[in-house]
Write a protein that binds this ligand. Structure first.
Ligand SMILES: Nc1ncnc2c1ncn2[C@@H]1O[C@H](COP(=O)(O)OP(=O)(O)OP(=O)(O)O)[C@@H](O)[C@H]1O
Ligand SMILES: [Mg+2]
Length: 272
């Protein structure tokens, strides 16, 4: 069952301006979708509707066929996990271990399983050695990993990551990419909110492009990354491979690193 937005409009309390306008979309089960757009486009506001943190002022959001206005936020939170753009705001436990343990207890996991899951999760995210530290003493990148670890531990059906690559070094980005693919293979639905065109281009999933609260484009990432007009409007740069391909005059074909290398090698004058 999908996440569906039908004619969704939203304005924050006390404000007259709509920051989401007539948003219509459907995110199917097992899909990997990126939501991209400029600062203030409404990306974070939109994804907060997916787990019921915000309720639409106009239109309706359905998660697995249920109107989010008619279901308890705690039930939705179990199903749709959101890692916030600023995860440090969501920590409330005194240790890294307890931070992961908390949600599992809260969702009623069996005591004897909890320790195993916490240990496995913290090891997977290279955080086991920090288990007794306060989450607030971790570096920014480690905090992001902890936020992700704590939701992966309870195995939600939908995973929404708001700017997951912010502050992550190259190794952590690779790990994140592997993790996301693994979750997609397991049949989870992944929503990535990101400005990071290079990161999203590696997946080339479906991209929903937002600008001023509206959807400007919803389709193949590969097609969007060729559309400089749309990217510019949404304050995004073209991914480097697409730039190189178009300056070589081969931007209309398939854009992959392997193809560019083949092409460039073919251009090299032969030396005998
Ligand atoms: N709590 C709030 N009260 C009033 N306005 C808000 C609130 N949070 C966000 N906004 C406004 O809503 C609009 C959309 O904000 P949102 O955070 O959804 O953008 P975003 O696309 O996630 O941007 P960014 O890329 O900077 O994270 C912005 O104009 C912002 O100023
Ligand atoms: Mg945001």
């Amino acid at each position: 069952m999908p996440i569906i937005c039908e004619g969704v409009g939203y304005k924050y309390p006390g404000s007259t301006e709509y920051v989401l306008r007539d948003v219509n979309l459907e995110i199917g089960e097992g899909e990997a979708v990126a939501i991209m757009g400029d600062n203030g486009a409404g990306k974070t506001t939109l994804v907060k509707h997916f787990n019921g943190l915000l309720k639409p002022v106009e239109g309706t959001v359905y998660v697995d066929g249920v109107d989010t206005r008619e279901v308890e936020v705690s039930l939705l939170a179990r199903k749709v996990a959101l890692v916030f753009q600023y995860p440090e705001k969501m920590f409330f436990s005194e240790s890294v271990y307890k931070e992961v343990e908390f949600a599992l207890k809260n969702f009623g996991f069996e005591e004897r399983l909890i320790h195993k899951i916490v240990e496995k999760t913290l090891k997977t995210f290279w955080l086991w050695e920090y288990r007794d530290r306060s989450p607030y003493t971790l570096s920014g990148g480690e905090q992001r990993r902890l936020a992700l670890a704590s939701i992966v531990s309870w195995d939600p059906k939908y995973i929404v990551l708001d700017e997951p690559t912010a502050g992550q070094d190259a190794i952590q980005r690779e790990i994140l990419i592997h993790l996301i693919w693994r979750k997609v293979r397991e049949g989870k639905t992944i929503v990535l909110v990101s400005h990071d065109v290079e990161f999203i281009a590696e997946f080339s999933p479906r991209v929903i492009l937002m600008h001023r609260g509206r959807i400007l484009y919803d389709g193949e990432g590969d097609e969007l990354f060729r559309r400089r007009d749309l990217l510019e409007k949404a304050g995004l740069d073209q991914p480097i491979l697409y730039k190189v391909a178009s300056s070589l005059g081969i931007g209309d074909g398939e854009v992959t690193l392997a193809r560019l290398i083949d092409y460039i090698v073919g251009l090299r004058p032969c030396s005998d």
